[in-house]
Write a protein that binds this ligand. Structure first.
Ligand code: FMN
Length: 198
């Protein structure tokens, strides 16, 4: 067993929120590397570890801010991005085989969530961005995403200035089909809802 956490995992998962307003307090590169080194324990098939990372801090934030301003549809102020303590890009190699592509994208997504949870445990907030500009050749080139790579996540990172209220989730039971009989048709088309109230 590793060192016990301030949060049990279920609490941590539910407590984490997407944060969009950050304090200007700096976030140390050491801490961000520590969090990445937790995140890389994500499951990944064949241990391909398909990811690489780019961290924009200090003057580097100007590069990211300018790239967003140049590629976003709506007018943006680069200062907005310079004021955020850090920006992280997670990219993967695009495997030409569909199965491997999907496995690698799924693995990188679990890595991103690992990172968000580890960050939250340390008092940091993140927002995972997939805005349309992140798909543009202009943005990709300006931030150094190479041809043949997929940008999985742009994360803005910092200590939360405001933590939004949680938006409730649908109970899993409402989306759950339980197959108890050998007749699958009966299970799939049954009107009977499995429901457990907590
Ligand atoms: C793949 C992915 C892409 C997302 N892209 C955006 C985005 O472009 N802009 C944004 O504001 N939030 C984005 N989010 C964050 C979601 O909006 C957020 O998770 C959702 O509102 C639920 O809030 P919570 O994370 O606080 O539970 C993204 C989340 C995921 C998993």
């Amino acid at each position: 067993m590793t060192q016990s956490s301030r949060f049990p995992i279920a609490h941590l998962i539910k407590d984490r929120r997407t944060v969009k307003r950050f304090k200007k307090d700096p976030v140390s590169t050491e801490l961000l590397c520590e969090l990445l080194n937790v995140a890389v324990w994500a499951p990944n098939h064949g241990l391909r570890e398909p990811w690489r990372f780019m961290l924009f801090i200090d003057e580097g934030k100007q590069v990211l801010g300018e790239a967003i301003v140049q590629s976003a549809m709506k007018k943006r102020d680069p200062q907005m991005y310079i004021d955020i303590p850090a920006h992280l890009l997670v990219v993967i190699n695009e495997d030409s085989r569909q199965r491997e592509w999907e496995e690698d994208y799924a693995a990188a997504s679990t890595l991103v969530q690992n990172f968000q949870l580890a960050a939250w445990e340390r008092g940091l907030g993140c927002v995972w961005k997939t805005e349309p500009f992140t798909f543009t050749p202009q943005f990709r080139k300006a931030v150094g995403v190479r041809p043949g790579e997929k940008l999985v996540a742009l994360l803005h990172i910092g200590y939360p200035d405001k933590i939004p209220a949680a938006r409730p989730r649908t109970q899993a039971e409402d989306k759950l089909t339980v197959i108890r009989s050998s007749d699958l048709t009966e299970a799939l088309y049954s009107d009977v809802q499995f429901s457990v109230k907590s």
